[in-house]
Design a protein around this ligand. Structure first.
Ligand code: NAD
Length: 326
């Protein structure tokens, strides 16, 4: 982690959930941070996410679909974290063209800007576990075939391949870290269209029902955001990560009903089992059981938070500033 001191770091999507937590960590480690974000209202971007570091980061309000904008700020950066994305599974089905533009074209823009103007920077791209789709082998590892069930996951799969192709073809130092159901401080807790754990946390704070579709028995991997950030920083520093894909997920899985129950117990609200809405049922993937063995063995990463520990920290954060998120 010491190696981040004085590093010039660009974080696309740095006003969003994962990007802003990463920005806080990088500032804490002594890096010079530039955030590039268009504050898309459909995403989890929030100006309050950089509260406390606002004066220590350079903020560029621009779109990753703007190639010139990216070219102008990618020069002289040591590390580029790509956290900008159109991040909603259901919205990607309603708005597939926007999803392609942001997740595919946006990633190509970033890669092409780096190839032309900063070939030697380290690029760490955030991927998603849902690229896998329905699990065919248990547990899922990085070699598992990908059959994504929604447009967002398909475009994340394709954009990951772009990152790897540029790495291989142009000898760039690119890495993908795939995460799953990330939860924690600075997440969007208001929108039902983004991560369900964070949405349930928001409902819990309001004392509302937590709607679980069907029996909620499907298993999910989780990642507490600090663990996710640590995986991204390690991947940026360790030369062994170049050209690699890693799953950074917690050690055990939880059913959706269990997750809802933990949130109700730790934060508030009441679990309510409801019928599957059609638009959710058609993109449902069933159980997901993923191993973190590769990132443990290669980068020495280990998740430090289970669900309960993560919820305690999340509650402490939002209790101080709930009005900025709800
Ligand atoms: N949160 C999760 O559970 C999760 C799970 C798997 C993968 N991921 C991946 O992690 C990354 C970050 O996700 P997040 O949860 O922080 O999402 P988020 O919605 O909170 O943040 C995304 C950020 O990107 C910005 N953005 C969106 N479109 C943009 C554009 N065209 N140009 C510039 N900025 C743009 C938004 O304004 C926002 O600040 C994404 O790549 C996402 O696919 C997240």
């Amino acid at each position: 982690m010491d190696e981040m001191k004085n590093k010039k770091v660009l974080i696309t999507g740095g006003l969003g959930f994962i990007g802003s937590n990463l920005a806080h960590k990088c500032v804490e480690l002594g890096a010079e941070v530039t955030i590039y974000d268009c504050l898309d209202p459909r995403s989890g971007g929030n100006m309050h996410n950089i509260h406390g570091i606002h004066d220590h980061v350079a903020l560029i309000l621009n779109d990753i679909r703007n190639f010139e904008g990216l070219c102008a700020c990618i020069t002289k950066k040591d590390i580029v974290f790509n956290c900008a994305a159109y991040t909603s599974h259901p919205n990607s089905m309603k708005d597939p063209y926007v999803d392609i533009d942001v997740n595919c074209k946006g990633t190509i823009n970033l890669l092409e800007a780096a190839r032309r103007f900063n070939h030697d920077c380290r690029i760490v791209h955030v991927g998603t576990s849902t690229q896998i789709g329905r699990m065919q082998l248990n547990p899922v590892d990085e070699k598992h075939p990908e059959f994504p069930a929604d447009i967002y996951s398909a475009n994340k799969s394709v954009s990951e391949k772009y990152v790897l192709i540029y790495g291989n073809a142009y000898k760039m130092k690119n890495t993908v870290v795939r995460v799953a159901n990330v939860f924690g401080p600075r997440s969007s807790i208001k929108s039902p269209d983004l991560g369900f754990i964070n949405y349930f946390i928001g409902l819990g704070f309001q004392g509302k029902d937590l709607p679980v579709y069907g029996q909620g028995g499907q298993l999910r991997n989780i990642t507490y955001v600090d663990d996710c950030v640590e995986a991204l920083v390690l991947a940026a520093q360790d030369p062994r990560s170049a050209g690699e894909v890693f799953f950074a997920v917690a050690d055990r899985q939880f059913s959706i009903a269990e997750i809802a129950g933990e949130i109700a117990g730790n934060i508030g609200g009441k679990v309510k089992f409801i019928e599957w809405p059609r638009e959710r049922e058609i993109i449902e993937i069933g159980d997901a059981v993923i191993t973190n063995r590769k990132i443990r063995e290669t980068l020495n990463w280990a998740p430090r938070h289970g669900l309960a520990e993560g919820l305690v920290k999340t509650k402490a954060y939002f209790s101080q500033c709930l009005n900025k998120y709800l």
